[in-house]
Write a protein that binds this ligand. Sequence first.
Ligand code: FAQ
Length: 313
Amino acid sequence: MEDEKKLIQFQQKIDQDIKIEPRDWMPEKYRQTLIRQISQHAHSEIIGMQPEGNWLTRAPSLRSKKILMAKIQDEAGHGLYLYCAAETLGIKREQFLQWLHEGKAKYSSVFNYPTLTWADMGAVGWLVDGAAIVNQVSLQGTSYGPYARAMVKICMEESFHQRQGFEIMVQLANGTKEQKEMAQDAVNRWWWPSIMMFGPHDSESAHSNQSLKWKIKRESNDELRQRFIDKTIEQGHHLGLIFPDPNLKLNPETNHYDYSPIDWDEFWNVVKGNGAGNRQRLNHHIKAHEDGKWVREAAIAYAKKSNLKQKSA
Ligand code: FAQ
């Protein structure tokens, strides 16, 4: 009875758009859903540094190297904000990483694709960050306070990332014949993985109904995917590049772009760990985590020592 009353009050708060804070009562399933989604979001930011890090040593100018470094550094910061938000739900960072390493926690499917050319740095920024922004702008209104506040800061930086990618695409699309071909090839390879980032169609999405009711998600996977497609097509036209979908047409009745069926077999194959880069991404993360163990231990020992000093002073 007590819990039922609490549940009704909880839903009333959600319906009134009052943020839920770490010390507030919350249903266990709400907490578990947040732990899953926020930690997976954090892992995506961190694993997402790898395909871009791949190009740091080969960026074509000092300017582009500097900008790419700043972008990757931002992604690390986003991972940190999100791990901190997830930790307010009573789980330690080390546990999140263990779940990732054991394959129990996911990260975005899109980061399992290889970045083969410099144009991929353009396509990732333009399309992958572009898709991430559409999703994250919506999540600024999520019902859990620490997650919503992390999103506000992240969104400001993501818009710079999207522009970094678009700038590369503009340069290549207006460059030599070879550069334009490189840009087109990157769009051919990154378009569908970006569309898939939004997750399964609403009818197949296991968590959407409850997450929308609790306002963890503010809009559905398909609504966000459609918004991304509609705004990105116009940008593609500006670049003079062609999207790899012959059915991409503005529907005068809906005023949205229609698109071809998504290859869900490919999506689930990648999500289940069988994409081109899954093993490499995870092994790299595990190795970096193990190699950095002594640094974490030294930092903790140093913090303890300086705490003791402060207390005795
Ligand atoms: N990849 O019932 P739903 C970025 C899973 S940040 C892998 O619809 P939900 C920045 C899903 O987890 C990109 N798995 O699930 C950047 C669930 O499995 P589970 C990350 C996916 O949670 C740019 C199952 O399918 N953004 O890119 C994917 O309600 C460049 C059923 O799906 C976020 O994480 C996928 N794409 O909705 C960084 C945003 N989609 O957990 C570096 C926050 C679905 O039961 C470089 N997350 N699944 O085992 C969300 O908005 C939601 O979690 C969704 C999925 C929309 C991703």
